[in-house]
Design a protein around this ligand. Structure first.
Ligand SMILES: Cc1cc2nc3c(=O)[nH]c(=O)nc-3n(C[C@H](O)[C@H](O)[C@H](O)COP(=O)(O)OP(=O)(O)OC[C@H]3O[C@@H](n4cnc5c(N)ncnc54)[C@H](O)[C@@H]3O)c2cc1C
Length: 475
């Protein structure tokens, strides 16, 4: 028996039963009864068979007949997952047929214990989607590129265009540019209802009424609730939690590229990645929950993440950890994003952006523009758009402390200067909470998590933030 922690954090015990042979004599069935009856103690049965064997189907029937003889047939019905192993030995067409059947939810899973199956399909899908330059790598080449990778690596796909970006500054830059080019932004302004009359939306918000000719609903975790203003929503938001562990900056010497496992149909899986801020992170998990607001972290899952990281990069085992955190993705019951224009309601839904929403943001924006133009009216490009560069937080370009002229260093773990803190309180979209200040500057986000600098930050924030030093939502 083996105890295994699944990526979701669930602990399971795997027990191997006997193999089966066809036409098992009755006396042997009796002899094996005790062993075979062990299956009745299992929550789930994985029926692993060699799908490349010419008698694979007959073998499946043999197993079912024997289990029937033992009186377990009916009991097993809802508890069996067929694991079709050795699919690497099948031709592409047979695999496609099996893949289609699996996608229709026939209770089968395709696997290859030998090759780390899935990579050729991924390669083909990447090419079909126009992702350029994707190449398959043999194990030796993977080890050359990532010397610290575990010795068991079998193969990989290299995606040369993959980049790590600073996830806080991109949305800030988009918002600042929108404001600079004429957008009005209301903060802490919850849309709570609305009516569509005379071809105009009158939205009720926590800060009064807002009129709109066209509404774009991009309310993330509340996308279905906001959509209900316009129609019975055809999707339901199912928050999917992701927990992360952030390793200390010293881990950056161990891994300098994003390492993703072969993704599944529901999640891209737990990855190891360098961050733009010089750390290495592992995560996220994919845990469904009902709560739309809280993303609690738990020790067992965090330990599992560290163990998973160490399976891929063994030297991450026991490496110091700087931070842990959780976030919620706005998943729905569908795999695809829920993006659609409702011309007769003068409404565009942009929901279910369950993952890679940051990567996809510009593409999603371009799609929404096309939907708007098709359903409502043409849009003109701004002749000379104003550009609003944001302060650089990434380690890949010079930071203010390296350039001089930004005053004292306030946060010594992350090298944040007085000038950067001051700037975060200025401009058309100033930080209004400590959470926001942290994400604008990286202050208090280093190894000491604010232990040394929070007194100075509290001094600088006095009178500028509504609350004294406390954690707050990002703003
Ligand atoms: C664990 C995890 C892993 C991720 N991994 C990746 C990744 O690898 N790559 C990547 O690109 N992205 C990743 N993401 C980002 C993911 O795609 C995001 O969830 C995505 O950004 C969702 O974008 P959104 O704009 O739909 O929602 P949000 O960013 O949540 O924006 C919705 C906004 O609407 C506001 N709102 C909600 N209700 C109302 C209302 N009634 N009235 C007014 N305003 C309202 C909210 O306050 C919020 O500001 C990850 C996220 C998580 C949590």
């Amino acid at each position: 028996m083996h105890r295994v922690t699944l990526p979701s954090g669930l602990e399971v015990i795997l027990s191997d039963t006997v193999g089966f042979i066809s036409e098992l004599p009755h006396e042997l069935v009796a002899a094996f009864r005790a062993t075979l009856e062990e299956v009745t103690g299992a929550d789930l049965i994985l029926h692993v068979r060699d799908i490349a064997h010419p008698d694979s189907e007959a073998q499946r029937q043999d197993v079912e007949v024997i289990l029937d003889d033992l009186g377990l047939g009916e009991w097993l019905e809802d508890r069996v997952i067929q694991v079709l192993n050795k699919i690497d030995l099948l031709d592409v067409e047979s695999r496609q047929v099996l893949g289609h059947r699996m996608a229709r939810g026939n209770g089968q899973v395709l696997a290859s214990a030998l090759t780390g199956e899935g990579l050729p399909e991924l390669l083909a899908r990447a090419e079909a989607n126009g992702v350029a330059g994707v190449v398959a790598l043999e194990a030796e080449e993977v080890r050359r590129r990532v010397p610290m990778i575990a010795s068991g690596v079998k193969s990989a796909i290299l995606i040369p265009g993959e980049h790590v970006i600073d996830p806080w500054s991109a949305p800030l830059a988009y918002a600042l540019q929108a404001i600079a080019n004429g957008a009005a932004l209301e903060r802490n302004c919850e849309v709570v209802g609305g009516a569509f009359e005379d071809e105009l939306w009158r939205l009720r918000t926590s800060r009064g009424m807002v009129s709109a000719e066209v509404v774009v609903n991009c309310a993330g975790l509340f996308g279905d609730i906001v959509d209900a203003i316009a129609r019975p929503p055809p999707f339901r938001i199912a928050p999917r939690k992701g927990q992360f562990v952030v390793f200390d900056k010293s881990a950056a010497a161990l891994v300098d590229t994003v390492i993703l496992p072969v993704p599944s149909e529901s999640t891209k899986g737990v990855l190891i990645a360098p961050t733009a801020f010089g750390n290495v992170l592992v995560g996220p998990t994919a845990e469904d929950q009902d709560d739309r607001e809280k993303a609690a972290v738990d020790t067992a899952t965090l330990k599992m993440l560290v163990a998973r990281a160490a399976e891929i990069i063994p030297r991450l085992a026991g490496h110091p950890i700087t931070a842990i955190y959780g976030g919620l993705r706005p998943a729905t019951q569908f795999k695809d994003y829920q993006i659609e224009a409702l011309p007769d309601r003068q409404w565009i839904t942009v929901a279910g952006i369950r993952s890679t929403g940051l990567t996809g943001a510009l593409g999603i924006g371009a799609l929404v523009r096309r939907l708007y133009e098709k359903s409502f009216a043409g849009l003109k490009d701004i002749a000379n758009p104003l550009w609003t560069p944001v302060p650089n937080l990434a380690e890949t370009r010079p930071r203010p402390y390296q350039q001089g002229g930004s005053g004292e260093i306030v946060c010594h773990c992350e090298w944040v200067t007085l000038g950067e803190i001051e700037a975060a309180f200025e401009g058309p979209l100033p930080a209004t909470s400590f959470g926001g200040l942290k994400r604008r500057t990286r202050c208090m986000m280093g190894r000491c998590q604010g232990f040394y600098c929070s007194w100075r930050i509290a001094q600088l924030a006095a009178g500028r933030l509504p609350l004294p030093l406390a954690t707050g939502a990002a703003a």
